[in-house]
Design a protein. Structure first.
Length: 333
């Protein structure tokens, strides 16, 4: 497994003892990762390339809940000839709020179907899943191994990513402690019995975090959080259906939560986005002016601007981007 200790503070913690194999309903111990078996002659070892945007998206999602595990699906491509997979997309999945447990997580069935459809629209395939381990080490439990096995039965080259958040060697450390570590492990399973966790060799790609489509995952994290908040409200309302005053209190708390989101998040970020859009628009005006002057000089010299500058017209490139900026402006307004 590749280690990225400088940038992401990822470490190999495989010295931890492996739990005894057992039924995933009762075995909550964590399983260490072993090296993969040698590939047949002529076949390369399986490797994974993870885009920067995927790591950023998983971290954003994982830190949205300091107590319970979060879950999502991975999307990307697979080069069978080179035996290399590339993870380029994530899709956060809504959880069953009533069934939240500190040591496990279940994703909503409808959301999982929507994730597959979203990946198809983006012309990528399902590549596995990810989840978090708040305050515990990034090793799979017996249930995690079984879930990964289910993924591999559907997609042979799928992987599982575990993001350990708020981890500290001091178990009594507060959740908001500034000095804590975040670890990531990526694993597959070797068929048993018993099932065994296998390391995946992986590296972080150089694609920019704000590549096209990365904002979709960010929006999805917010959407999932809001849906889970509404699900929580409905659960509390059902629990106190015979107590009108309690229902009023629940609704008031939920209303206050939505107002805080609207005022502190949407309004604040909307202002920042509008300012960024104005800055970008002003920059584009300046660039267009400079490009027109360059085209005029090249024309006087008899130089082919398309050959020197590139296949895309220097005027049409910023203009094409302005349409997306206009869409963002209408959304933020």
């Amino acid at each position: 497994m590749s280690e990225h200790t400088t940038r992401y503070n990822l470490r190999n913690l495989s010295k931890e003892p492996c739990a005894s194999p057992g039924d995933f309903h009762t075995d909550t111990g964590l399983h260490s990762l072993r090296d993969p078996d040698p590939e047949p002659e002529g076949k390369s070892t399986f490797q994974l390339l993870v885009d920067d945007a995927v790591i950023s998206g998983i971290l954003d999602h994982a830190y949205s809940d300091t107590t319970n595990e979060i879950i999502g699906h991975l999307g990307g491509t697979y080069d069978k000839q080179r035996n290399v997979a590339r993870c380029t997309h994530i899709c956060p999945i809504q959880r069953y709020v009533k069934e939240l447990k500190k040591d496990s997580v279940e994703g909503d069935d409808i959301d999982q179907v929507e994730a597959k459809n979203m990946f198809e629209q983006q012309e990528v395939a399902v590549l596995g899943w990810y989840h978090s381990h708040p305050r515990i080490k990034p090793f799979p439990s017996a249930k995690d191994l079984q879930m990964q096995q289910d993924f591999q039965k559907q997609v042979e080259h799928s992987v599982g990513i575990i993001c350990s958040t708020w981890f500290s060697s001091n178990r009594q450390a507060p959740r908001n402690k500034s000095k804590h570590s975040c670890y990531v492990n990526i694993f597959r399973v070797a068929e048993g019995p018993p099932l065994e966790a296998v390391k995946v060799a992986w590296n972080v790609g150089s694609e920019p975090c704000l590549r096209p489509g990365a904002h979709t995952a960010m929006e999805r994290v917010i959407q999932v959080a809001l849906k889970e908040a509404e699900q929580t409200r409905q659960w509390f309302i059902e629990d106190c259906r015979d107590r009108r005053s309690a229902q009023v209190f629940v609704n008031a708390e939920y209303e206050a939560f939505l107002i805080r989101v609207l005022r502190e998040d949407v309004t604040q970020h909307g202002q920042a986005i509008r300012q960024d859009i104005s800055t970008i628009a002003a920059h584009n005006l300046s660039l267009r002016s400079e490009l027109r002057e360059l085209e005029a000089k090249c024309k006087d010299l008899g130089v082919d601007t398309e050959q020197d500058v590139g296949p895309m017209s220097p005027i049409s490139a910023p203009a094409a981007r302005s349409s997306s900026v206009g869409t963002m402006a209408s959304l933020s307004g």
